[in-house]
Design a protein around this ligand. Structure first.
Ligand code: NAP
Length: 296
């Protein structure tokens, strides 16, 4: 990514200190890169320490600034506490948290074990809560303003067959976003979320598109997948102080896909003009028959 990909003036996030969970790869890495380019100090965490450290190094080599990687499993409250303690000791309080770490894979729900359910739900739901609570308690005690961004999915609105643990857990974090925006709003702590459509990443392809191949949904109104700078620009905006009045929202960035496919009548998109004319005429006949009955 270069500065030309971002729509903001450099320095927009100067003085911000932002932790991105799962920031070593995929969308987390992209958002962290954009925050760094806009002047923030960034912290990345993931279970694989070598991956987050390498990403931090590469990003600093490319853009300058400060990036630090921490090996941390977001499911473990003690590990999360230790990491947050270390970050606070390393130059002061965080001003932002991005709950991005997740696991997911496709499976028929009847084939899932409880262990498989936990593998997904614990990263997304417990992990996001662990991080939010650990940072939130500190922000509240210190009287600091802060911004929390969670990376969800559009399934929080219409569910998701074959990835039910993820749909359940992401919906829980959507509820946390709305709830804490109200509970902690009067202390200046904002909560928002992004629900991305398809932004191809290695992690997503491996477990959600195991047959491989670049998968573009034929039913996407824009006819394409998301582009990383599009997501990065939205994330930068939501983390900036200029967006202070925006809270409690989950924002879809999916080319209009969930509206196109999520409703009960999605299949009607393939109707021809003649189909619509037939439907209109059938409805009008029914209306006329009803009117006749009422006046008889
Ligand atoms: P990804 O590259 O696989 O990213 C997942 C990241 O989470 C990895 O860096 C992984 O690192 C980390 N992680 C997993 N379990 C963890 C744990 N227990 N503790 C700490 N870190 C953990 O996939 P992605 O596509 O970028 O997904 C990023 C986010 O975007 C997810 O929340 C996903 O649901 C959401 N999303 C993505 C898309 C898309 O099209 N890509 C669409 C909708 C939503 P380690 O393995 O090293 O722990």
């Amino acid at each position: 990514m270069t500065l030309d990909d971002l729509i903001y003036k450099p320095g927009l996030l100067q003085g911000e200190r932002i932790l991105v969970t799962g920031g070593g790869t995929g969308l987390g890495r992209v958002m962290a890169e954009a925050f760094l380019m806009m002047g923030a100090d960034i912290y990345l965490c993931g279970r694989r320490g070598a991956v987050v450290e390498q990403t931090a190094q590469e990003l600093v080599q490319q853009h300058g600034g400060r990036a630090t990687g921490h090996a941390c499993d977001v499911r473990q409250p003690e590990a999360v506490e230790q990491m947050i303690e270390a970050i606070w000791a390393d130059g002061g309080a965080l001003t932002g948290l991005v709950n991005n770490a997740a696991g997911n894979f496709v499976s028929r729900t009847e084939d899932l074990s409880m262990r498989a359910f936990d593998a997904v739900a614990n990263i997304v739901m417990r992990g996001s809560f662990n991080l939010t609570l650990e940072c939130g308690r500190r922000w509240l005690a210190e009287g600091r303003k802060a911004s929390v961004l969670s990376i969800l999915t559009t399934w929080v609105w219409n569910g998701s067959a074959f990835t039910v643990p993820s749909a359940m857990a992401k919906s829980g974090v959507h509820a946390m976003t709305q709830s804490l925006a109200v509970e902690w709003g009067n202390r200046g702590i904002r909560f928002n979320a992004i629900a991305p459509g398809l932004f191809p990443t290695e992690g997503m392809s491996a477990r959600l598109n195991p047959q491989g191949g670049e998968h573009v949904r034929a039913d996407n109104p824009m006819g394409r997948n998301g582009r990383m700078p599009e997501l990065a620009n939205l994330a930068v905006f939501l983390m900036s102080r200029q967006a202070e009045y925006l809270t409690g929202q989950t924002i879809a960035i999916d080319g209009g896909q969930y509206q196109a496919t999520g409703g009960n009548f999605a299949g009607l998109a393939s109707w021809s003009d003649q189909d619509w004319a037939n439907a209109r005429s059938a409805i009008e006949s029914r209306n006329a028959a009803d009117r006749q009955q009422r006046t008889a």
